[in-house]
Design a protein around this ligand. Structure first.
Ligand code: NDP
Length: 277
């Protein structure tokens, strides 16, 4: 028998499209693992970005507990919240909405999705860190690394995007063509969409730019193992897959929605079972 009752809190992810999202499996596996699947349920709803105003009215009317947001909804929602956490303001995007008795508050957990997996391997302070890309994911990555005292250099295809972001966050930038200099750095983070399905043969970095002393983190999680990660392994570098970011940004959302520590092992297991390899 379903544990869901009239008292169950509803959480959801919205986007357009959203059918591909693994967030329902991840969050519901977490609820089941803690035995709170009678208290919380998590679904996915296709919502067009120009329907955001109506969607927010719906959140209030139906007392939805929590919402995860994807691009471009992460930006659009900023116009409709009662309060925005200072970290989300600085990053410029809200990926998490929490309904506290009718007051809608926006947070960003993407930066934790990058920091926590790295910090399980090595401290970030004073490390030299190359960030490939200057879009939404890169903003969250750079915010987090600077918080922890890492030394960021941005490499981006469109020079102006990289330069502007570097100026905003007070870090260095170099043209994308100079990314072979990355070999001397400690950590490489790919925050571009290069290598994302279906363009799985693409990679943002030549194999020879990576070396054994490095940690290479690819935020792309579809496919599970990108060409970048495969080649980093061949160079004997340490690697972090994009699924780690997906997991830890989701775990931080889980904690905001439920007030309980996220069961990351159960959540990761279901992600790995559902990811395209
Ligand atoms: P954006 O569109 O905001 O940014 C894309 C970035 O990729 C830009 O810097 C863009 O450069 C660069 N780029 C795109 N194509 C190329 C190319 N052919 N060569 C070089 N650079 C390129 O996207 P997001 O930042 O939102 O997302 C980036 C990736 O991060 C996506 O694959 C997304 O799935 C992933 N992601 C993963 C998450 C996770 O939980 N693991 C969470 C969020 C995102 P330019 O400025 O020149 O256009």
């Amino acid at each position: 028998m379903s544990p869901i009752t009239a008292k169950t809190n509803i959480c959801m992810v919205i986007g357009d499209p959203i059918e591909h999202s693994l967030s329902p499996q991840m969050h519901n596996a977490g609820y089941a693992s803690l035995g709170i699947d009678n208290e919380y349920v998590y679904v996915a709803c296709p919502v067009a970005v120009d329907e955001m105003e109506n969607f927010i009215k719906g959140v209030r009317a139906m007392n939805i507990r929590g919402v995860s947001l994807t691009i471009p909804h992460k930006l659009k929602v900023l116009e409709y919240l009662d309060e925005i956490d200072p970290v989300a303001k600085k990053i410029g995007a809200v990926n998490t909405l929490v309904n506290e008795h009718g007051k809608l508050k926006g947070y960003n957990t993407d930066w934790l999705g990058v920091l926590l997996p790295i910090e399980q391997i090595t401290p970030i302070k004073d490390k030299t860190i190359a960030v490939l890309g200057a879009g939404g994911a890169a903003r969250a990555v750079i915010y987090g690394i600077i918080q922890r005292g890492g030394k960021v250099t941005i490499f981006n295809r469109t020079a102006a995007h990289g330069e502007n972001l570097a100026q905003e966050f007070g870090c260095k930038w170099l043209p994308f063509e100079e990314r072979e200099t990355i070999k001397d750095m400690d950590i490489i983070i790919n925050a571009t969409s290069v290598g994302l399905y279906p363009n799985v043969q693409e990679t943002p970095l030549p194999r020879k730019s990576m070396a054994k002393h490095q940690l290479v983190f690819d935020v792309v999680y579809n496919p599970y193992e990108t060409r970048l990660i495969r080649e980093a392994k061949e160079q004997q570098a340490q690697v972090l897959h994009g699924v780690e970011m997906l997991l830890y940004q989701g775990a931080a959302q889980f904690e905001l929605f439920t007030g309980q520590a996220a069961p990351t092992a159960a959540m990761k297991k279901i992600l790995l079972e559902n990811l395209v390899t």
